[in-house]
Design a protein around this ligand. Sequence first.
Ligand SMILES: [Zn+2]
Length: 315
Amino acid sequence: MMNTKVYVGIDLGGTKILAVILDENGVTLNKAETSTNAHEGAEPVIQRMIELIKTCLEPEHQLASIGVATAGTLNSKEGIVATASNLGWDQVPLGKRLGQEFGVPVNLENDANAAAYGEWAVGAGRGTQNCVYITASTGIGSGIISGGKLIRGRDSSAGELGHITIDMNGPRCLCGNIGCLELYASGTSIGRRAQELASQFPEKAAVLLEKAGGSAITSRHVAEAAALGDEVSAQAIEEAGKALGNGLVSIIHIMNPEVIVLGGGAASIGAPLLEPMKQVIAERGIYSLTNGVRIVSPTLGKEAGAIGAALLVAE
Ligand SMILES: [Zn+2]
């Protein structure tokens, strides 16, 4: 039997664990997912990860490495998840445990950075050297590839574009900073802003209020109502688009990217968000830098983080 060298990538999330098996060309051979059940504690979660990897491996697979994408603060060098509030983890030696089990190198990576790397290497950013990845949904996640390298920073925490200030007199963010991009352009913030406007101008939010039906307004309600001509919803989306444009101007000025991969629930609203965003970039950005930057949608879906984690350690 011919042996196939394979690379495992895991996306360890608060609700799901997703595993992919890649070959040497970055092609996905197998994938599987299971519930995290983080409340059971770290050890059962690690056991589930081990089982998940085993179910994905075929007899002819020769495992070369394991990459894990996860939220939280990491000590990548020691393979330790220092703190992950979504898992309730504190100083968990995940790299060591997986390494002992499978006898291969294990690398831990920030989840957004891993997704950025995956989209750059085999997704929407493929073929470029300079790529910025942003996903705007509940929050804003992002990662930067410059000169063909993932920018990791000191602790694999670089690329927090959601927490750059776009209003120095704005409200305080959970991160401690003031007026962060995430407060204006995430899905959560679109819902919150629409709620605010709807309380002020209920006569302009009839469709939105009907969509929400008394429950908390989400970005999905806002997108649906805007498509039906709801004024408040259109305004909330336009404001988010402009905020995103402001953030992207700074990112483009700093990184001089060829491509920006922009995804997530907020981005999927489409033209009503993207047009005001592009207008701000065109009006405010330095032309020689903004001119020719492609803004594209991601192509790897929810597997981007797992694929990126596998490729980063294979690298
Ligand atoms: Zn922040």
